[in-house]
Write a protein that binds this ligand. Structure first.
Ligand code: RB5
Length: 149
C-alpha cells in the first residue's frame, strides 16, 4: 500500500497519478489535499511521512510545485528518507543505494508521462543492502544524535 499526498499546486497531478496507479492495480491511500484550494505542503508531507514511518503504508508518493517543500517536510519525520527527483537514474539509485521510502515529484517540473516512468522505476528498484545499509545506518545515527534539538 502506498500513501500519497500533495498540496494544491499538484492536486490535478495527483489525480492523474491516481488514475495511473488504478490502471496498474497498485493500491494507495490518498491523504489529501482534495481540491485546488490553496493549502500548505507541510501538512501533507507530514501525513504521508507518518503513514510510512508507522508502517501503515510501505512507501509514499508526494507532490507539490517543485517537490522540494513537501520532501523537506517529510524528511523531518524520523525514519523517512524522501527523495525529490526528476530523472529515472536518480529514482533508481535512490532506492538501490539510499533505501528511500518516499518519492517526491514536482508537478511544475516534470510532465505526467515522465512522472509515470519515474514512479515505475522507483517502485521497481530494490535496496541493495551491504555497504549501502551501513551508510543508511549512519544517516539514522545522525537522526538519533540530533533528536533532542
Ligand atoms: C506552492 O505555490 C509551492 O510553493 C509549493 O507547491 C512547492 O513548490 C514548494 O516547495
Amino acid at each position: 500500500m502506498l500513501a500519497i499526498g500533495s498540496d494544491h499546486a499538484a492536486f490535478r497531478f495527483k489525480e492523474e497519478v491516481k488514475a495511473y496507479l488504478d490502471e496498474k492495480g497498485i493500491e494507495y491511500k490518498d491523504l489529501g489535499c482534495f481540491s485546488t484550494e490553496r493549502t500548505d505542503y507541510p501538512i501533507y508531507g507530514e501525513k504521508v511521512a507518518n503513514a510510512v514511518a508507522s508502517g501503515e503504508c510501505e512507501k509514499g508518493l508526494l507532490f507539490c510545485g517543485t517537490g522540494v517543500g513537501i520532501s523537506l517536510a517529510a524528511n523531518k519525520v524520523p525514519g523517512i528518507r524522501a527523495v525529490v527527483c526528476s530523472d529515472c537514474y536518480t529514482a533508481a539509485l535512490s532506492r538501490r543505494h539510499n533505501d528511500t521510502n518516499i518519492l517526491a515529484l514536482g508537478a511544475r517540473v516534470v510532465g505526467i508521462d515522465l512522472a509515470k516512468m519515474i514512479i515505475d522505476t522507483w517502485l521497481n528498484a530494490e535496496f541493495e543492502g551491504g555497504r549501502h545499509a551501513d551508510r543508511v545506518a549512519m544517516i539514522n545515527a545522525i537522526e538519533t544524535k540530533n533528536s533532542s534539538h
